[in-house]
Design a binder for this molecule. Structure first.
Ligand SMILES: C=C1C[C@]23C[C@@]1(O)CC[C@H]2[C@@]12CC[C@H](O)[C@@](C)(C(=O)O1)[C@H]2[C@@H]3C(=O)O
Ligand code: AKG
Ligand code: FE2
Length: 323
């Protein structure tokens, strides 16, 4: 049992379970990798990938860009970036011990921010765009492997969405300062980013070597993810659960801060264009799943529902058939 003190000082008791979460080596034989990815997405909705071939300098530059931004005084950060936030998550009263910067992933948004952040020409734009391109390519490789492993004949069924020039993909830097010491209770953790699933198709997340990310497969039971700065953590998002007719699970996760060192995570959320129609392909209707579990909807519909709800609320159930 561990005690989690939320910023509102609500104390909850919870179970922390250490298990080995799947780590998949992308340099291994393709058919084997595809099968392992499908298995992990079905069992956990989560896995780590290693040997992903994203050059180290692209990752280091991105991390540097994030730490440089968060090192600025709060008044500057608020003025510089309209999508900078501190403690408030979303618009419906969620709070956490986190500050963040959200970028909509388009070149023009990154370029605009680059000018305001640096007050002149900067390499922020170059660093973020290079990372965005590399991580998007990795997301496409993983989504193609998923389609292959699932036996879907059109293996670009998921990637066409995120490769679309109008894709609504996002990048997010999350910065978790070390908690004040001593904490009110011991052992204890502060809630950085509360329990939720990611609404998009797929999330690729990495952090510095500080722990904090946890996933949950069962209410109130948390599995810590061991930090590995050379790996990417992959989360199945809500839309992928829908497009696999419930075969993959959208993983619930959160971030806690309990270290003496600051943690920074960088997440890429692969999303379709707003007008994309989300529905499972016919191959996902099988004897085990003889009908479509979710009705067809657009990403705009789903996003609207997401933003009308709290972080931890279940939104996918609103789109189930017979609801
Ligand atoms: C409280 C909220 C923040 C969030 C939008 C929401 O209303 C519910 C989902 C949240 C989430 C979680 C994953 C991503 O970090 C995020 C950008 C997203 O797409 O959905 C956040 C939203 C946010 O912080 O704006
Ligand atoms: O910081 C983390 O490890 C998790 C962040 C997260 O879940 C998110 O940004 O959606
Ligand atoms: Fe998340």
């Amino acid at each position: 049992m561990v005690i989690v003190a939320t910023p509102n000082s609500i104390i909850q008791t919870e179970k922390i379970v250490s298990i080995n979460l799947p780590t998949i080596d992308l340099s291994k034989e393709r058919t084997t990798v595809a099968k392992l990815i499908v298995k992990a997405s079905e069992e956990y909705g989560f896995f780590n990938v290693i040997n992903h071939r994203i050059p180290q300098h692209i990752i280091e530059n991105m991390e540097e860009a994030g730490f440089e931004f968060f090192a600025k005084p709060t008044s500057h950060k608020v003025k510089l970036a309209s999508n900078y936030g501190c403690k408030r998550i979303g618009f419906n009263g969620d709070v956490g011990e986190v500050e963040y910067l959200l970028l909509n992933g388009s070149d023009s948004h990154i370029a605009k921010l680059s000018t305001t952040i640096s007050n002149g020409p900067s390499d922020f734009r170059y660093k973020v765009s290079a990372y965005r391109d590399a991580v998007e390519e990795l997301a496409c490789e993983i989504l193609e492997l998923m389609a292959e492993g699932l036996g879907v004949p059109n293996t670009s069924i998921f990637t066409t969405f995120i490769k679309d020039p109008d894709s609504d993909s996002l990048l997010r830097f999350n910065h978790y300062p070390p908690p004040p010491s001593p904490l009110p209770t011991s052992p204890s953790s502060l809630l950085g980013f509360g329990e939720h699933s990611d609404p998009q198709i797929i999330t690729l997340l990495r952090s510095n070597d500080v722990s904090g990310l946890q996933i949950s497969l069962q209410h109130g039971v948390w599995i810590p993810v061991i930090p590995d700065p050379s790996a990417f953590s992959v989360n199945v998002g809500d839309l992928l659960q829908v497009m696999t007719n419930g075969r993959f699970v959208s993983v619930r996760h959160r971030a806690v801060s309990n270290s003496e060192k600051a943690r920074m995570s960088i997440a890429y959320f692969g999303a379709p264009p707003l007008n994309a129609r989300i529905v499972a392909p016919p191959e996902m209707v099988t004897p085990e799943r003889p009908s479509l579990l979710f009705r067809a909807f657009t990403w705009a519909d789903y996003k609207k529902a997401t933003y009308s709800l709290r972080l931890g609320d279940n939104r996918i159930d609103l789109f189930r058939n017979n609801k």
